[in-house]
Design a protein around this ligand. Sequence first.
Ligand SMILES: [Cu+2]
Length: 117
Amino acid sequence: MKTRIVASLAAAALLVSGAATAQGGASGGHAHHGAAAPTAGAAAGYTDAEVRRVDKDAKTVTLRHGPIPNLGMGNMTMVFGVAEPTWLDGLKAGDKVRFKADKVGGQYTVTAIEPMR
Ligand SMILES: [Cu+2]
């Protein structure tokens, strides 16, 4: 009997937290930045960024980037791994780029990157 009560309390807690998550997701989705996208040339799924630092030894690039909806990120500067280390050869601090990123093996990783003109 005691076990049964605990189990139903846990189920209720799950329901409550599930509802909270759904609400959070809805309001997050509301903040999509389609209307606020500043550049006409922005391609779907790409995020604008400026290269701050390239570390070929660590195979990382530091990017000051705009919002990344699929990772739930806003504007920030952070270090990314790269899916293809040779991409770093074409990058240097100060470059304006656009890129795609995903979480690969627990690390935020650039999956596509190209210069902007
Ligand atoms: Cu970030």
